[in-house]
Design a protein around this ligand. Structure first.
Ligand SMILES: NC(=O)c1ccc[n+]([C@@H]2O[C@H](COP(=O)([O-])OP(=O)(O)OC[C@H]3O[C@@H](n4cnc5c(N)ncnc54)[C@H](O)[C@@H]3O)[C@@H](O)[C@H]2O)c1
Length: 341
Protein backbone atom coordinates (compact mmCIF):
# COMPACT_ATOMS: atom_id res chain seq x y z
CA UNK A 1 0.00 0.00 0.00
CA UNK A 2 1.24 3.50 -0.76
CA UNK A 3 2.35 6.17 1.70
CA UNK A 4 0.73 9.59 1.91
CA UNK A 5 2.09 12.67 3.63
CA UNK A 6 -0.91 14.61 4.95
CA UNK A 7 -0.11 18.08 6.28
CA UNK A 8 -2.63 19.49 8.74
CA UNK A 9 -3.53 15.96 9.92
CA UNK A 10 -4.63 17.21 13.36
CA UNK A 11 -6.95 19.67 11.63
CA UNK A 12 -10.60 19.10 10.78
CA UNK A 13 -10.21 18.00 7.16
CA UNK A 14 -6.73 16.45 7.53
CA UNK A 15 -7.99 14.20 10.31
CA UNK A 16 -10.85 12.85 8.19
CA UNK A 17 -8.71 12.42 5.06
CA UNK A 18 -6.06 10.54 7.08
CA UNK A 19 -8.70 8.30 8.68
CA UNK A 20 -10.10 7.36 5.25
CA UNK A 21 -6.67 6.50 3.83
CA UNK A 22 -5.75 4.44 6.92
CA UNK A 23 -9.07 2.56 6.62
CA UNK A 24 -8.11 1.70 3.04
CA UNK A 25 -4.76 0.30 4.20
CA UNK A 26 -2.49 3.25 3.35
CA UNK A 27 0.43 4.36 5.50
CA UNK A 28 -0.06 7.97 6.55
CA UNK A 29 2.59 10.38 7.76
CA UNK A 30 0.67 13.20 9.42
CA UNK A 31 2.46 16.50 9.88
CA UNK A 32 0.86 19.18 12.05
CA UNK A 33 2.18 21.91 14.35
CA UNK A 34 -0.99 21.83 16.52
CA UNK A 35 -1.12 25.62 16.41
CA UNK A 36 -3.23 27.42 19.01
CA UNK A 37 -5.56 29.17 16.53
CA UNK A 38 -8.35 27.17 18.20
CA UNK A 39 -8.63 24.67 21.07
CA UNK A 40 -5.49 22.54 20.86
CA UNK A 41 -7.20 19.72 22.81
CA UNK A 42 -9.45 19.10 19.82
CA UNK A 43 -6.40 18.77 17.57
CA UNK A 44 -4.61 16.50 20.05
CA UNK A 45 -7.69 14.27 20.23
CA UNK A 46 -7.89 14.02 16.45
CA UNK A 47 -4.20 13.03 16.26
CA UNK A 48 -4.55 10.59 19.15
CA UNK A 49 -7.43 8.81 17.37
CA UNK A 50 -5.36 8.43 14.20
CA UNK A 51 -2.37 7.22 16.25
CA UNK A 52 -4.33 4.17 17.34
CA UNK A 53 -3.55 2.82 13.89
CA UNK A 54 0.03 1.58 13.63
CA UNK A 55 0.24 2.75 10.00
CA UNK A 56 -0.09 6.37 11.17
CA UNK A 57 3.06 8.31 12.00
CA UNK A 58 2.36 11.64 13.73
CA UNK A 59 4.98 14.35 13.23
CA UNK A 60 4.58 17.51 15.27
CA UNK A 61 6.39 20.16 13.26
CA UNK A 62 5.83 23.43 11.46
CA UNK A 63 5.97 23.57 7.69
CA UNK A 64 8.45 26.40 8.07
CA UNK A 65 11.13 24.01 9.34
CA UNK A 66 12.84 23.21 6.02
CA UNK A 67 15.42 20.73 7.37
CA UNK A 68 12.78 18.62 9.13
CA UNK A 69 10.48 18.67 6.14
CA UNK A 70 13.28 17.76 3.75
CA UNK A 71 14.53 14.85 5.86
CA UNK A 72 10.96 13.61 6.38
CA UNK A 73 10.36 13.53 2.61
CA UNK A 74 13.76 11.84 2.03
CA UNK A 75 13.01 9.19 4.64
CA UNK A 76 9.35 8.48 3.77
CA UNK A 77 9.29 9.11 0.00
CA UNK A 78 5.47 9.47 -0.03
CA UNK A 79 3.75 8.65 -3.33
CA UNK A 80 1.08 11.23 -2.53
CA UNK A 81 1.28 14.54 -0.66
CA UNK A 82 -1.98 16.11 0.53
CA UNK A 83 -1.33 19.64 1.75
CA UNK A 84 -4.08 20.81 4.09
CA UNK A 85 -2.07 22.60 6.79
CA UNK A 86 -2.74 26.32 6.73
CA UNK A 87 -3.73 29.29 8.73
CA UNK A 88 -7.42 29.29 7.85
CA UNK A 89 -10.20 31.79 8.59
CA UNK A 90 -11.33 34.90 6.72
CA UNK A 91 -11.95 37.15 9.72
CA UNK A 92 -8.78 36.24 11.63
CA UNK A 93 -6.69 37.27 8.61
CA UNK A 94 -7.68 40.88 9.24
CA UNK A 95 -6.29 40.78 12.78
CA UNK A 96 -3.25 38.54 12.27
CA UNK A 97 -2.16 38.72 8.61
CA UNK A 98 1.45 37.78 9.43
CA UNK A 99 0.45 34.28 10.55
CA UNK A 100 -0.96 33.74 7.02
CA UNK A 101 2.32 34.82 5.43
CA UNK A 102 4.17 32.37 7.66
CA UNK A 103 1.96 29.27 7.37
CA UNK A 104 0.43 29.73 3.92
CA UNK A 105 3.17 31.46 1.93
CA UNK A 106 6.45 30.43 3.64
CA UNK A 107 5.04 27.06 4.75
CA UNK A 108 3.72 26.12 1.31
CA UNK A 109 6.99 27.24 -0.26
CA UNK A 110 8.97 24.91 2.02
CA UNK A 111 6.68 22.00 1.15
CA UNK A 112 7.08 22.69 -2.57
CA UNK A 113 10.87 22.73 -2.13
CA UNK A 114 10.78 19.39 -0.30
CA UNK A 115 8.53 17.95 -3.04
CA UNK A 116 10.92 19.23 -5.71
CA UNK A 117 13.78 17.35 -4.03
CA UNK A 118 11.74 14.16 -3.48
CA UNK A 119 8.87 14.30 -5.97
CA UNK A 120 5.66 12.45 -5.12
CA UNK A 121 3.57 10.95 -7.95
CA UNK A 122 0.80 13.43 -7.13
CA UNK A 123 0.62 16.54 -5.01
CA UNK A 124 -2.85 17.73 -3.89
CA UNK A 125 -3.33 21.07 -2.14
CA UNK A 126 -6.17 23.00 -0.50
CA UNK A 127 -7.36 26.31 -1.85
CA UNK A 128 -10.72 27.87 -1.11
CA UNK A 129 -13.94 29.20 -2.61
CA UNK A 130 -12.86 32.52 -1.06
CA UNK A 131 -10.48 33.03 -4.01
CA UNK A 132 -13.54 33.84 -6.16
CA UNK A 133 -13.80 37.04 -4.10
CA UNK A 134 -15.96 39.67 -5.77
CA UNK A 135 -17.00 37.46 -8.72
CA UNK A 136 -20.78 37.87 -8.99
CA UNK A 137 -21.57 35.38 -11.76
CA UNK A 138 -22.85 32.14 -10.21
CA UNK A 139 -22.16 29.29 -9.96
CA UNK A 140 -18.39 29.72 -9.64
CA UNK A 141 -16.52 27.93 -12.42
CA UNK A 142 -12.83 27.08 -12.06
CA UNK A 143 -11.85 28.94 -15.24
CA UNK A 144 -13.19 32.28 -13.95
CA UNK A 145 -10.55 34.93 -13.53
CA UNK A 146 -10.80 35.01 -9.71
CA UNK A 147 -8.56 38.05 -9.41
CA UNK A 148 -10.52 40.06 -6.84
CA UNK A 149 -9.81 38.52 -3.42
CA UNK A 150 -11.61 40.25 -0.55
CA UNK A 151 -9.51 38.96 2.38
CA UNK A 152 -5.82 38.41 2.98
CA UNK A 153 -6.58 34.72 3.69
CA UNK A 154 -8.00 34.39 0.16
CA UNK A 155 -5.03 36.31 -1.25
CA UNK A 156 -2.54 33.84 0.29
CA UNK A 157 -4.55 30.92 -1.11
CA UNK A 158 -4.61 32.49 -4.59
CA UNK A 159 -0.85 32.93 -4.26
CA UNK A 160 -0.56 29.23 -3.32
CA UNK A 161 -2.32 28.31 -6.56
CA UNK A 162 0.20 30.36 -8.57
CA UNK A 163 3.18 29.01 -6.60
CA UNK A 164 2.05 25.40 -7.10
CA UNK A 165 1.47 26.00 -10.81
CA UNK A 166 5.02 27.28 -11.28
CA UNK A 167 6.49 24.22 -9.52
CA UNK A 168 4.27 21.90 -11.56
CA UNK A 169 5.55 23.60 -14.72
CA UNK A 170 9.23 23.85 -13.79
CA UNK A 171 9.67 20.43 -12.16
CA UNK A 172 6.88 18.39 -13.77
CA UNK A 173 5.18 17.88 -10.39
CA UNK A 174 1.59 16.63 -11.05
CA UNK A 175 -0.57 18.91 -8.90
CA UNK A 176 -4.28 19.13 -8.15
CA UNK A 177 -5.51 22.24 -6.36
CA UNK A 178 -8.87 21.91 -4.56
CA UNK A 179 -11.19 24.84 -4.02
CA UNK A 180 -13.25 23.77 -0.99
CA UNK A 181 -16.68 25.25 -0.28
CA UNK A 182 -17.61 25.62 3.45
CA UNK A 183 -16.86 22.15 4.80
CA UNK A 184 -18.77 20.98 7.88
CA UNK A 185 -19.32 17.87 9.98
CA UNK A 186 -18.25 16.04 13.16
CA UNK A 187 -14.87 17.11 14.61
CA UNK A 188 -15.36 20.44 12.81
CA UNK A 189 -13.70 23.78 13.43
CA UNK A 190 -14.73 25.87 16.46
CA UNK A 191 -14.26 29.15 14.53
CA UNK A 192 -16.87 28.21 11.89
CA UNK A 193 -20.58 29.10 11.96
CA UNK A 194 -22.01 25.60 12.56
CA UNK A 195 -19.84 25.07 15.65
CA UNK A 196 -20.41 28.57 17.03
CA UNK A 197 -24.17 28.52 16.39
CA UNK A 198 -24.63 25.06 17.92
CA UNK A 199 -22.64 26.04 21.03
CA UNK A 200 -24.60 29.29 21.45
CA UNK A 201 -28.02 27.72 20.86
CA UNK A 202 -27.33 24.90 23.36
CA UNK A 203 -26.10 27.45 25.92
CA UNK A 204 -29.03 29.86 25.35
CA UNK A 205 -26.80 32.63 24.00
CA UNK A 206 -27.70 34.75 20.95
CA UNK A 207 -26.01 34.03 17.61
CA UNK A 208 -24.46 36.73 15.39
CA UNK A 209 -26.24 36.64 12.02
CA UNK A 210 -24.17 38.56 9.48
CA UNK A 211 -25.52 40.62 6.61
CA UNK A 212 -28.88 40.46 8.42
CA UNK A 213 -29.21 36.84 7.27
CA UNK A 214 -28.81 37.67 3.56
CA UNK A 215 -25.99 35.15 3.07
CA UNK A 216 -25.80 31.96 1.03
CA UNK A 217 -23.21 29.24 1.30
CA UNK A 218 -22.56 26.09 -0.66
CA UNK A 219 -21.98 23.66 2.25
CA UNK A 220 -19.99 20.45 1.76
CA UNK A 221 -20.36 17.57 4.19
CA UNK A 222 -16.99 16.24 5.36
CA UNK A 223 -17.52 12.61 4.21
CA UNK A 224 -18.47 13.83 0.73
CA UNK A 225 -15.37 16.03 0.62
CA UNK A 226 -13.15 13.12 1.67
CA UNK A 227 -14.69 10.87 -1.02
CA UNK A 228 -14.02 13.54 -3.64
CA UNK A 229 -10.41 13.94 -2.48
CA UNK A 230 -9.91 10.18 -2.45
CA UNK A 231 -11.15 9.88 -6.04
CA UNK A 232 -9.07 12.85 -7.19
CA UNK A 233 -5.90 11.18 -5.84
CA UNK A 234 -6.32 8.71 -8.73
CA UNK A 235 -6.91 11.48 -11.28
CA UNK A 236 -3.46 13.10 -11.46
CA UNK A 237 -3.32 15.76 -14.18
CA UNK A 238 -1.39 14.57 -17.25
CA UNK A 239 1.73 16.35 -18.50
CA UNK A 240 1.12 18.79 -21.37
CA UNK A 241 1.55 17.32 -24.84
CA UNK A 242 5.05 17.63 -26.34
CA UNK A 243 5.25 19.69 -29.53
CA UNK A 244 3.73 17.75 -32.42
CA UNK A 245 1.82 15.34 -30.13
CA UNK A 246 -1.92 15.60 -29.71
CA UNK A 247 -3.13 17.18 -26.46
CA UNK A 248 -4.39 14.91 -23.66
CA UNK A 249 -8.18 14.41 -23.55
CA UNK A 250 -9.76 17.22 -21.59
CA UNK A 251 -12.81 16.75 -19.35
CA UNK A 252 -15.68 19.27 -19.80
CA UNK A 253 -14.68 22.60 -18.24
CA UNK A 254 -11.20 21.23 -17.57
CA UNK A 255 -8.72 23.67 -16.07
CA UNK A 256 -5.73 21.58 -17.13
CA UNK A 257 -2.80 23.97 -17.62
CA UNK A 258 -1.38 24.16 -21.15
CA UNK A 259 2.16 24.21 -19.71
CA UNK A 260 2.04 22.05 -16.58
CA UNK A 261 0.47 18.88 -15.11
CA UNK A 262 -1.77 21.11 -13.01
CA UNK A 263 -5.48 21.67 -12.54
CA UNK A 264 -7.88 23.37 -10.15
CA UNK A 265 -11.07 21.57 -9.05
CA UNK A 266 -14.04 22.93 -7.09
CA UNK A 267 -15.37 20.60 -4.39
CA UNK A 268 -18.84 21.77 -3.37
CA UNK A 269 -22.42 20.60 -3.22
CA UNK A 270 -23.53 22.93 -5.99
CA UNK A 271 -26.64 23.68 -3.91
CA UNK A 272 -26.31 26.98 -2.02
CA UNK A 273 -28.25 27.29 1.23
CA UNK A 274 -29.65 30.51 2.70
CA UNK A 275 -28.30 31.37 6.13
CA UNK A 276 -31.86 31.40 7.51
CA UNK A 277 -32.41 27.81 6.31
CA UNK A 278 -29.04 26.81 7.76
CA UNK A 279 -30.06 28.19 11.16
CA UNK A 280 -33.42 26.42 10.88
CA UNK A 281 -31.57 23.11 10.31
CA UNK A 282 -29.56 23.66 13.52
CA UNK A 283 -32.75 24.55 15.41
CA UNK A 284 -34.34 21.33 14.17
CA UNK A 285 -31.31 19.23 15.12
CA UNK A 286 -30.94 20.77 18.59
CA UNK A 287 -34.69 21.09 19.25
CA UNK A 288 -34.10 24.69 20.44
CA UNK A 289 -34.91 28.12 19.02
CA UNK A 290 -32.03 30.47 18.16
CA UNK A 291 -31.92 34.07 19.43
CA UNK A 292 -30.70 36.13 16.49
CA UNK A 293 -28.41 39.12 16.78
CA UNK A 294 -28.64 40.72 13.30
CA UNK A 295 -25.31 42.24 12.18
CA UNK A 296 -23.87 43.91 9.05
CA UNK A 297 -21.63 41.87 6.74
CA UNK A 298 -18.11 41.45 8.12
CA UNK A 299 -15.13 42.98 6.31
CA UNK A 300 -13.49 40.43 4.00
CA UNK A 301 -16.62 38.26 3.77
CA UNK A 302 -18.60 37.55 0.60
CA UNK A 303 -22.43 37.35 0.62
CA UNK A 304 -22.68 34.11 -1.40
CA UNK A 305 -20.78 31.10 -2.70
CA UNK A 306 -21.95 28.46 -5.16
CA UNK A 307 -19.76 25.76 -6.73
CA UNK A 308 -20.06 24.49 -10.26
CA UNK A 309 -19.13 20.82 -9.68
CA UNK A 310 -19.15 19.77 -13.36
CA UNK A 311 -15.39 19.24 -13.50
CA UNK A 312 -15.32 17.19 -10.27
CA UNK A 313 -18.03 14.96 -11.69
CA UNK A 314 -16.28 14.61 -15.06
CA UNK A 315 -12.99 13.62 -13.39
CA UNK A 316 -14.38 11.29 -10.73
CA UNK A 317 -17.98 10.41 -11.65
CA UNK A 318 -18.89 11.70 -8.18
CA UNK A 319 -20.86 14.62 -6.76
CA UNK A 320 -21.27 15.52 -3.08
CA UNK A 321 -24.77 14.48 -2.07
CA UNK A 322 -25.41 14.71 1.68
CA UNK A 323 -28.48 16.81 2.44
CA UNK A 324 -27.78 19.72 4.80
CA UNK A 325 -30.34 18.55 7.38
CA UNK A 326 -28.64 15.14 7.64
CA UNK A 327 -25.13 16.58 7.87
CA UNK A 328 -26.14 19.16 10.49
CA UNK A 329 -27.89 16.48 12.55
CA UNK A 330 -24.71 14.36 12.48
CA UNK A 331 -22.65 17.35 13.60
CA UNK A 332 -25.02 18.20 16.46
CA UNK A 333 -25.02 14.54 17.61
CA UNK A 334 -21.20 14.59 17.65
CA UNK A 335 -21.11 17.94 19.47
CA UNK A 336 -23.46 16.76 22.22
CA UNK A 337 -21.50 13.56 22.65
CA UNK A 338 -18.09 15.28 22.67
CA UNK A 339 -19.07 17.94 25.20
CA UNK A 340 -21.41 15.65 27.15
CA UNK A 341 -24.47 17.89 26.59
N1 LIG B 1 -13.02 23.95 6.47
C1 LIG B 1 -13.38 24.64 5.39
O1 LIG B 1 -14.57 24.93 5.19
C2 LIG B 1 -12.36 25.06 4.36
C3 LIG B 1 -12.83 25.78 3.24
C4 LIG B 1 -11.91 26.18 2.27
C5 LIG B 1 -10.57 25.83 2.40
N2 LIG B 1 -10.14 25.15 3.51
C6 LIG B 1 -8.71 24.79 3.59
O2 LIG B 1 -8.60 23.42 3.89
C7 LIG B 1 -7.44 23.17 4.67
C8 LIG B 1 -7.83 22.44 5.94
O3 LIG B 1 -8.75 23.23 6.67
P1 LIG B 1 -9.40 22.80 8.06
O4 LIG B 1 -10.79 23.31 8.06
O5 LIG B 1 -9.11 21.37 8.31
O6 LIG B 1 -8.55 23.74 9.06
P2 LIG B 1 -7.83 23.38 10.45
O7 LIG B 1 -7.40 24.70 11.02
O8 LIG B 1 -8.72 22.52 11.28
O9 LIG B 1 -6.57 22.53 10.01
C9 LIG B 1 -5.34 23.09 9.62
C10 LIG B 1 -4.24 22.41 10.42
O10 LIG B 1 -2.98 22.95 9.99
C11 LIG B 1 -2.14 23.09 11.11
N3 LIG B 1 -1.16 24.14 10.82
C12 LIG B 1 -1.42 25.47 10.69
N4 LIG B 1 -0.29 26.13 10.41
C13 LIG B 1 0.70 25.20 10.34
C14 LIG B 1 2.08 25.26 10.06
N5 LIG B 1 2.67 26.43 9.80
N6 LIG B 1 2.80 24.11 10.05
C15 LIG B 1 2.18 22.92 10.32
N7 LIG B 1 0.89 22.80 10.61
C16 LIG B 1 0.15 23.93 10.61
C17 LIG B 1 -3.06 23.45 12.27
O11 LIG B 1 -2.52 23.10 13.53
C18 LIG B 1 -4.34 22.67 11.93
O12 LIG B 1 -4.40 21.45 12.65
C19 LIG B 1 -6.80 24.54 4.91
O13 LIG B 1 -5.81 24.73 3.93
C20 LIG B 1 -7.95 25.51 4.69
O14 LIG B 1 -7.48 26.78 4.30
C21 LIG B 1 -11.01 24.75 4.49
Amino acid sequence: MPTALVTGSAGFIGHHVSARLLAEGWRVVGLDALTDYYDVRLKARRHAMLSQNERFRPVEARLEEPERLMSLMAEERPEVVIHLAAQAGVRHSIEQPRSYVEANLAGTFELLEAARAHPPAHMLMASTSSVYGAETEMPYREEMKADTQMSFYAATKKANEAMAHSYAHLYGLPTTMFRFFTVYGPWGRPDMALFKFTAAILEDRPIDVYNHGEMRRDFTYIDDLVTAIRLLIDAAPPAPAAEGDSAPDAAPGDTLSPVAPFRIVNIGNSAPVRLTDFIAAIEAATGRAAQRNLMPIQPGDVPATWADATLLQALTGYRPQTALADGVARFVAWYRDYYGL
